[in-house]
Design a protein around this ligand. Structure first.
Ligand code: G3I
Length: 348
């Protein structure tokens, strides 16, 4: 899991943190009725954008959760079920049941889906560390081949490599880097392409949404991969931000454009906006609304931004409990943030 330290780094990369993110009371979320018949999903479809959510397999049987999910979103990402440590906690003993549940749900609801994430230093099974290099490479390639191949033709995209650039701007010192060197990234993308030629393949990271040392390194990484003919199709900007710690609209737009000029699509892949900063609860909810509207608006206006995925959609189920980062409150009431996203999608 991206630690809160890493989240701090992400927020810092967005222009400074306004003090510790104190837990806040359960919001009396303003229930914002949308115009009759308009949903995030219908508004996004009208402009050809994706509007997605990270989902948890154990919640799909919850009627309210799945109703809001189907009504408001057209793109699903498995929040943790398709990660290596969940699939293969012991060498050679795979369990895809949780991932299968999400993909079956998405198929049944005819929703677009993204797999997440084939390589991530924080979701690597513990048994991997002790393997010698050749066995490590064989296990990694088998993981990619088997997992991507299992859902061939059913997932529209994969996050192939997640968070390979360090907060300081170099390539992260991970078991992948130590065992295989810099080339592991290209090897992973090539293996994924072979396993499912129809899936778009993404590099995904946090703290690299605007213009800073880390986003410069991500740009260079993607540039070099493209120059080497590596099959990378897109870049995910995670967008874990706060009401007082977010990149500027101008920097996000400039970063998206320079990435797009490399020949890749860009997606906002894990957006949430923690309620940090001063003011009353209503003032903070209003500030959160503006951050969502501003940033989603950048993607709406950028032709090569395919859409926005929120890292969950209800404050009742978030990796940041107590920080109220999402569009619906814990009782599935629409927060002002919801209307901010809707306004952005409708160009208001
Ligand atoms: O649901 C199981 C439960 O049945 C079990 O009893 C319990 C204890 O093992 O685990 C529960 O699953 C947890 C899951 O979240 C659902 O809450 C996993 O242990 C836990 O590891 C998992 O954490 C996820 C984390 O990535 C690690 O995979 C978070 O939900 C998820 O929000 C977080 O997402 C990451 C992105 O992948 C990459 N970018 C940063 C982001 C935040 O860290």
């Amino acid at each position: 899991m991206m630690t809160l330290l890493a989240l701090s780094a992400s927020l810092a990369a967005c222009g400074g943190i306004a003090g510790p993110v104190a837990p806040s009371p359960t919001p009396d979320g303003v229930n914002v009725p949308p115009p009759a018949g308009v949903t995030l999903r219908s508004a996004a479809a009208s402009i050809g954008k994706l509007v997605g959510a990270a989902v948890k397999s154990n919640l799909l049987a919850d009627g309210e959760y799945s109703r809001v999910l189907r009504q408001e979103f057209n793109y699903l990402t498995a929040e943790y079920e398709l990660k290596w440590d969940v699939i293969e906690p012991r060498m050679g003993r795979t369990d895809y049941s949780r991932g299968d549940a999400i993909v079956s749900f998405g198929d049944a609801q005819r929703l677009r889906m993204k797999g997440h994430a084939l390589i991530w230093h924080e979701s690597t099974p513990s048994w991997v560390e002790d393997l010698p290099t050749d066995a490590f490479r064989a296990a990694l390639m088998a993981h990619i081949r088997t997992t991507v191949g299992r859902y061939r033709g059913r997932l529209a995209a994969w996050d192939v490599v997640n968070e390979a650039v360090s907060d300081g701007g170099g390539l992260r010192d991970s078991v992948y880097q130590r065992k295989l060197g810099n080339g592991y990234i290209a090897e992973a993308f090539r293996e994924a392409r072979t396993a499912d030629p129809s899936a778009l393949l993404f590099y995904n990271d946090y703290g690299a949404e605007g213009l800073n040392g880390k986003s410069n390194r991500v740009y260079e990484l993607v540039r070099d991969l493209k120059a080497a003919g590596v099959p990378i199709d897109g870049v995910g900007l995670q967008m874990h931000v706060g009401t007082t710690s977010r990149p500027s609209v101008a920097d996000i737009a400039a970063n998206m454009r320079r990435l797009a000029a490399l020949g890749v699509v860009v997606t906002i892949s894990e957006m949430d906006v923690v309620l940090n900063g001063p003011g009353s609860q209503d003032e903070r909810l209003a500030a959160q609304r503006e951050v969502y509207r501003d940033i989603v608006g950048v993607c709406v206006r950028e032709p090569r931004c395919d859409g926005v995925t929120f890292w969950g959609f209800t404050d009742g189920h978030t990796w940041l409990p107590g920080q109220e980062p999402l569009l619906f409150d814990a009782q599935y009431g629409r927060k002002p943030a919801y209307s901010g996203v809707l306004d952005a999608l409708l160009g208001r």
